[in-house]
Design a protein around this ligand. Sequence first.
Ligand SMILES: [Zn+2]
Length: 61
Amino acid sequence: MMPQQHPLNPRRICRDCHGFGRAHIATGSTRSDGTRDTLPVNCQSCQGLGTSPLRLATSRA
Ligand SMILES: [Zn+2]
């Protein structure tokens, strides 16, 4: 039994990324201007949308 974190969310938050469809991963290196170099990575399940298609959001057996 999984605890239900979003019991009444109409937008069906993606259960893999919890709504954060696009994350920026720090590569550990810095750019020439001193800022951290990051790579944008989309969630595999929702393609960066942060919401799930209905067939993925429904986990009831
Ligand atoms: Zn996702």
